[in-house]
Design a protein around this ligand. Structure first.
Ligand code: DQA
Length: 153
């Protein structure tokens, strides 16, 4: 069974009440619930992880080697600052989609740079929670290409 890791970076545990004018009212649990039911529908194993700590995020990404076939990550503020998370994503080389709820390119200048974007498959930014669903489908396509889907013969 193909396996997906969904990783939420710092402060995303506060979604729902955190700056709803920027991030909407969707909660992290709501996002996870939707992804879990998609995973169930397509026969994909799925794990969720949230941390506010850079080193913990790196440890979880490293643990995904040999375990997960794809990753959906919102590195949150670490997107703009973490060379260490970028290096980790490059090192583990698992197909990864970077998701941002808000359009980081339309916000403050310091958010325009993503250190992680150059080492992932693609970035989805500004589509709210829909971004996670789209990322799921992008990885599903990748799993199909690699012959990882159970329905394939
Ligand atoms: C974010 C955008 C980042 O700039 C910010 O630091 C976040 C959330 C987003 O999902 O829009 O925490 O990644």
């Amino acid at each position: 069974m193909a396996h997906l890791l969904v990783l939420h970076g710092p402060n995303l545990n506060l979604l729902g009440t955190r700056e709803p004018n920027v991030y909407g009212t969707v909660t992290m649990e709501g996002i996870n619930r939707d992804l879990a039911s998609l995973a169930d529908r397509f026969g994909i194993g799925i794990d969720f992880y949230q941390s506010n700590h850079e080193g913990d995020i790196i440890d979880r990404l490293q643990a995904a080697r040999g375990q997960s076939d794809g990753i959906i990550i919102n590195p949150a503020a670490y997107t703009h600052t973490s060379v260490a998370i970028r290096d980790c994503l490059a090192a583990i080389s698992i197909p990864t989609i970077e998701v941002h709820l808000s359009n980081i390119h339309a916000r403050e200048e310091f958010r325009h740079t993503s250190l992680t974007a150059p080492v992932v498959m693609g970035q989805i930014s500004g589509l709210g929670a829909l971004g996670y669903t789209l990322a799921f489908h992008a990885l599903l396509e990748e799993f199909a290409k690699r012959g990882l889907l159970a329905t394939e013969s």
